[in-house]
Design a protein around this ligand. Structure first.
Ligand SMILES: Nc1nc2c(ncn2[C@@H]2O[C@H](COP(=O)(O)OP(=O)(O)O)[C@@H](O)[C@H]2O)c(=O)[nH]1
Ligand SMILES: [Mg+2]
Length: 305
């Protein structure tokens, strides 16, 4: 399956709901008279596209009817264009350190998909012909270390792990050494899940980052916050709190395949001004994609594919 097909399949629930609702509205009322515009608005809000973007789309639709008349107006194309335009400045490039390994810290609350995302990222750079090392810095749960080791075996990526309950900063330190001596391009650091409201755990994360910077100036070069799309707009609060504790460089939104509210990606990007770097559309290694606004908008609204 090609990248776009995978994306389309992953966004199936969101697409299907949006598509059927909008189709029903415009079929019944092609000129969107009466309460039809309000229904269109509700459909867009229902996909979690957010209030601001929804208004933008409604305004664009109204304008199109005024200037083109009902014959030439395609609500899907207009919505797609507005979503694409509103995300145009999003830069999904994974940073690259000028020298030595690029260290990427993967942070977030429990169960959002940090460990899976770390492994998928290692796979993604391998596919690009670059090498990766994984660091198991979730030392709170023995199962988390095992989980990452299994991924390492499956993907043939070296995993640096400490003992259960070891100091995660020490594991991160050793992992940087290992990545340096292997001449690896990337080090992906899987950290423990922590509630954004627990300040002691946030301090621990700050320490992990401080120790990395001491070992390799500038590290971590990327701090990616993993957000679970099925938690909807709650993800916004998580992002705000994490961003206060450790400066984030980007977001990863996982489990888009499990929600009909995939529009939250757009709303969150708009609200936080942080780039969406990757999206997760399934549990397999190649179910993580660099975020491409054009393809995302197309997968949401287009009938194609
Ligand atoms: N459907 C789906 N499941 C995902 C995705 N990303 C992660 N998961 C699943 O979510 C669960 C929690 O993931 P895990 O990486 O262990 O989360 P962590 O606690 O943040 O490290 C696992 O069962 C993963 O397979 C995704 O994009 N789509
Ligand atoms: Mg984990």
């Amino acid at each position: 399956m090609g990248l776009f097909q995978k994306l389309k399949a992953g966004l199936q629930r969101t697409h299907s709901k949006l598509f059927h609702e909008i189709k029903r509205i415009v079929t019944r009322s092609p000129r969107l008279t009466g309460s039809s515009l309000e229904e269109l608005e509700a459909a867009l809000i229902g996909a979690d596209l957010g209030y601001a973007l929804t208004q933008q789309i409604i305004v664009a639709v109204k304008k199109a009817y005024e200037t083109q008349g009902s014959g030439g107006v395609d609500v899907f194309t207009i919505a797609q264009g507005e979503v694409e335009r509103s995300l145009a400045t999003n830069d999904a490039t994974l940073r690259r350190a000028p020298a030595g390994p690029t260290v990427v810290s993967i942070v977030g609350v429990n169960g959002t998909g940090k460990t899976t995302t770390s492994a998928k990222l290692a796979h993604l750079v391998q596919e690009r012909g670059e090498s990766a090392v994984l660091a198991a810095c979730d030392t709170f749960r023995a199962a988390a270390i095992e989980q990452l080791k299994l991924w390492g075996e499956r993907l043939q990526v070296p995993v640096v792990a400490g003992a259960y309950n070891a100091d995660p900063a020490a594991v991160a330190h050793d992992a940087i050494s290992a990545a340096q001596s292997r001449g690896a391009h990337y080090l992906f650091v899987d950290t423990a899940g922590r509630l954004h409201t627990k300040s002691n755990l946030m301090k621990e994360l700050q320490k992990v980052h401080r120790v990395m910077d001491k070992k390799l100036a500038g590290a971590p070069h990327e701090v990616l916050l993993v957000l679970d799309a099925t938690t909807g707009m709650n993800a916004l609060n998580q992002a705000r709190e994490f961003h206060k504790a450790v400066p984030l460089t980007g977001l990863v939104v996982t489990k888009l395949d499990g929600t009909s509210k995939g529009g939250m990606v757009v709303a969150i990007q708009k609200e936080l001004g942080l780039p969406i770097k990757f999206i997760g559309v399934g549990e397999q290694p190649d179910d993580l994609q660099p975020f491409d606004p054009k393809q995302f908008a197309e997968a949401l609204f287009s009938e194609k594919g």
